[in-house]
Design a protein around this ligand. Structure first.
Ligand code: FES
Length: 78
């Protein structure tokens, strides 16, 4: 198991899980806020739609293309 932080809350996921999976397990499944204020969530799961953009340890990444790592800090809100 891997322990990480999602928007300041602790989350535990199975080794090999993507950050997108962590969003679903430990949060409400959303990844970011659109310009109009609506919350967005991973859609394609294969790096095409860009809807899963999150901040991982201070760097913007695609949640569906990023594997969870111990101590990782994931933020979905600016
Ligand atoms: S879910 Fe589409 S790029 Fe990640």
């Amino acid at each position: 198991m891997i322990d990480l932080t999602l928007d300041g809350r602790p989350v535990r996921v199975a080794a090999g899980s993507t950050v997108a999976a962590a969003l679903a397990i430990g949060g409400d499944g959303t990844s970011r806020t659109a310009v109009g204020g609506a919350r967005r969530a991973p859609l394609c799961g294969m790096g095409i739609c860009q809807e899963c953009r999150v901040t991982v340890d201070g760097v913007r990444r695609l949640a569906c293309q990023t594997l969870c790592a111990p101590g990782m800090q994931v933020e979905t809100r600016p």
